[in-house]
Ligand binder design. Structure first.
Ligand code: BTN
Length: 145
């Protein structure tokens, strides 16, 4: 009977641990990235599609920043709690478009994090300038509460 306590402790950890490790990462909500940009993702529908808005903290355009619409989709999540996704931001204050692709993770502390890469396509007046029209980078988003 003396040995029952550690046994029960190990047993309860074995039961509870998988529950934490399979915690689902949910895209819906408000997020902030490493540049200080904010975005809001609305409900994800049954096809994995979603809409939202993006408030960038920075711009390559020199124009006044305005909140811009985003639309995207995530991979089906029935068997996958850390879904891959992509979304496009059609900037309302410049002629540019950014596409983001990434994965929604639950980190070791149980916090959701979006690890993304992006391509920002700027408008150029001539095909000769095409070579300099695309930027690439990464952004890491954490949930805003
Ligand atoms: C523009 O400058 O024409 C539009 C704004 C682009 C903002 C970029 S998109 C990738 C990077 N991540 C952000 O949150 N903002 C910048």
């Amino acid at each position: 009977m003396v040995h029952a306590t550690p046994f029960l402790l190990v047993l309860s950890l074995a039961i509870v641990a998988p529950v934490f490790s399979t915690r689902k990462c949910v895209l819906t909500g408000r997020w902030i990235n490493d540049l200080g940009s904010n975005m809001t993702i609305m409900a994800v529908n049954e096809k994995g599609e979603f809409l939202g808005s993006y408030h960038t903290a920075v711009t390559a355009s020199g124009n006044e920043i305005k909140v811009s619409p985003l639309q995207g989709s995530q991979h089906r999540t029935d068997k996958n709690s850390q879904a891959t996704f992509g979304f496009t931001v059609n900037w309302s204050f410049s002629d540019s478009v950014t596409v983001f692709t990434g994965q929604c993770f639950v980190d070791e502390e149980g916090k959701e994090v979006l690890k993304t890469m992006w391509l920002l396509r700027s408008h150029v007046d001539s095909i000769k300038d095409d070579w300099k029209a695309t930027m690439v980078g990464i952004n890491i988003f954490t949930r805003l509460r």
